[in-house]
Design a protein around this ligand. Structure first.
Ligand code: HSE
Length: 395
């Protein structure tokens, strides 16, 4: 019988509780819930709660730790302590998994326990288990998609209702989609952590997230949306990972124009969508809710259930070790809206194919190396610009 010690009782923790209560076929007891805030009103009796993590970690009758807190470093401390005590773990913490990926893989091996984290990427979409089990021998050309619900929700509402950016963001916060620090969503960090986790399972390569370029939607304007609409396109925040040669992949997060012939065009609101492109299976498309207490709680429950059957990730591609390198030497075609010509100069485009200037709206379309974008990453947020990939293949 599963006896669960739960860390965190926020949006996902409560979502899990609901999902667990509603599932008739599966029995697991939440024995204790460890939370930080002593003052907060809880919707279940206080006897469930503790403020001392050792009440769970030292409790030998608890055989599964479910970690759903906000603070990634504290989450890692809790997960490490649980693993050392031989407890299996389920977590939804993408920042923690992405930043401590190699340690988590090694710890599981060393202590013979299982750490599952399906909810950490794509929330309700079972992408990690699919990559582990279904694509374990498949040659994946690329895995790409919309991995952040908050930004997709904002972009959808701006596009279809003309809503103001801040209004849309506030709505995403109210619905429980956004991170407690929403900069993680709107600046593309959350989407980056998720693609790093996916890359670990799709290619067996563990990449330090700091090496991966991310740019979000916080400086998007109605001009950019109008440009997209006039061309029959939508803008989506895309996470991208792809093979560039035998043993090397590239990866980045960048808004992208999407045309109506693409599945992702129709992935709206808090939904996520992922395309896996494989050598033989060709394109496959996964879609589902990418944020929110119940969809995320459902993925956590699925991990809890998998855990009860002894499931663990085998990291087969990691063990194979075919992909050994990550590169940013990769050319992209981008749209750059700018206002100051000095900013434009910093980009050093390889070539420019379109150059539009009116009094209050200027953009160029051109080819640039990802390495160049990465080298500018700390300056981009201070510029009055917006960048989006066109998605066109570079010959
Ligand atoms: N803030 C995240 C998102 C939550 O919007 O996708 C789910 O990981």
């Amino acid at each position: 019988k599963l006896r669960i010690g739960l860390f965190g009782y926020g949006c996902v923790g409560q979502g899990l509780h609901d999902v667990l209560n509603a599932s008739s076929g599966f029995r697991a007891d939440i024995v204790k819930i460890c939370v930080r805030d002593r003052e907060k009103e809880r919707r279940i009796p206080m006897s469930y709660f503790t403020f001392d993590k050792n009440d769970i970690l030292d409790n030998e009758s608890i055989n599964l730790v479910v970690e759903l807190i906000d603070d990634a470093e504290e989450a890692f401390n809790i997960v490490s302590a649980a693993v050392r005590k031989g407890k299996n773990v389920v977590t939804a913490n993408k920042l923690m998994v992405a930043n401590h990926f190699a340690e988590l893989v090694e710890m599981q091996e060393k202590y013979g326990v299982s750490v599952l984290y399906e909810a950490s990427a794509g929330a309700s979409i079972p992408i990690i288990r699919n990559l582990e089990e279904y694509y374990d021998n498949e040659l994946l050309h690329s895995v790409r998609g919309i991995l952040n619900g908050t930004t997709n929700y904002i972009l959808t509402r701006m596009y279809s209702e003309g809503l103001d950016y801040n209004e849309a963001l506030n709505d995403a916060k109210a619905k429980g989609f956004a991170e407690s620090d929403p900069r993680l969503d709107v600046e593309g960090y959350d989407a980056k952590y998720k693609i790093c986790i996916i890359t670990g399972h799709a290619y067996g390569l563990i990449i330090n997230p700091q090496e991966v370029f991310n740019y979000g939607i916080s400086s998007i304007s109605q001009d950019d949306i109008r440009y997209a609409r006039e061309k029959g396109l939508k803008i989506k925040l895309l996470s991208y990972a792809a093979k560039v040669n035998e043993n090397t992949i590239t990866s980045y997060v960048l808004p992208r124009f999407i045309s109506t012939d693409k599945h992702l065009y129709y992935v709206d609101n808090e939904y996520n969508g992922i395309i896996a492109e494989a050598a033989f299976a060709d394109k496959q498309f996964f879609s589902g809710k990418g944020a929110g207490g119940h969809p995320t709680g459902s993925a956590v429950l699925s991990d809890i259930s998998a855990n009860s059957f002894g499931y663990r990730y085998e990291y087969k591609k990691w063990a194979q070790g075919t992909i050994t390198n990550y590169t940013r030497d990769h050319k992209l075609e981008i749209y750059l809206r700018y206002s100051d010509a000095k900013d434009l100069e910093l980009f050093h485009f390889d070539s420019i194919s379109e150059d539009f200037k009116s009094l209050d709206y200027k953009y160029v379309i051109g080819i640039i190396n990802l390495e160049q974008l990465y080298s500018l990453r700390d300056r981009l947020s201070g510029m009055d610009i917006f960048i989006a990939g066109t998605g066109r293949k570079i010959q």
